[in-house]
Design a protein. Sequence first.
Length: 370
Amino acid sequence: MNPFIKIIYINWPLQILILATALFGFLMLYSVSGGSWEPWTKPQINRFFISFILIFVMSAISISFWQKISPFCYMLGLALLIAVYFYGDTGMGAKRWLDLRIIKLQPSEAFKISMVMALAYYYHKLPVNKVSHPFYVLVPLLLIIIPALIVFRQPDLGTALVIIMIGIFVMFIAGVHFGYFLFGGFSFSTLLFILFQSRGTDWQLLKDYHFRRIDTFLDPSADPLGAGYHITQSKIALGSGGLFGRGYMQGSQSQLNFLPEKHTDFIFTTLAEEFGFFGTIGLLIIYSLIVAFCIFSALATTDKYSRLLITGLCMTFFTYFSINIAMVMGLLPVVGIPLPLVSYGGSSMIVIMLSFGLIQSAHVHKNVGF
């Protein structure tokens, strides 16, 4: 079939919702820039529309092609993670970035896609009666744990936990016996106990700033001008917006630079301050509709690879916005998770849009029958 004809079969409501979310982001970036297109708004718009076109290109490519290259994508992603560990640029206390001359890439972000692709490929090929066999459960666990440990050693605890969460979710959707997840929950609780017991010892497993973030999460008032400053200012901005907000570009916390990282991790608080409760609910409704359309698309396909791919990537998107919003509200410790399609950033934007490209490919080729 002509690739241009395939565009007809794209999930158009999903595309419109993606565009609507990005418009929220452009408005917020323009506001925190003080009414200027630079330094954040214009680059973000350029990145978005290039990657928005990329969604159409990816949707025209058969889902069988993405299925075939899934193992290669995983190995490439793992190689980039290892390269970051040895040759990466250090920023904010961790090696997260890899300078490829033409682009500065954060491989841990892109790896989330390749891991979902690899797990979907694995369970697509695995007979149903072997899904819960101990040996065949161990293989995907290694596919998840090995990269998570590499990311943890960068150190980037937040991204490592997200990788584990997404991987475990794909295993659950694939039909792995529930008993394994109960055992995993017990093991995770034991690990948390060991992590906290290691604090201040010669074998401390987390960096000092990780423990400071946890302390700040439990009691932000203990150091309001130091470690607790970010979350305290975030809560002030969230509350000051009220029901209807203070008005566009009228937020005192954001415009007077009290808010930290107001263009990236804490951009949701800017939205809450300027547009209030109803503005944030509007964004959450759009996010919820994106998740719903992805789930409907997964339920409509009979191909196991496509179903696992869509649900895994949908979980990745859900994890992004749920953790970010919970973080700025003080419900979770501060981690470097951006608000998808709204926060400023190249790697996160590209990863999210590539995810939607794969979802649209699965949707299109489910409809046209190949």
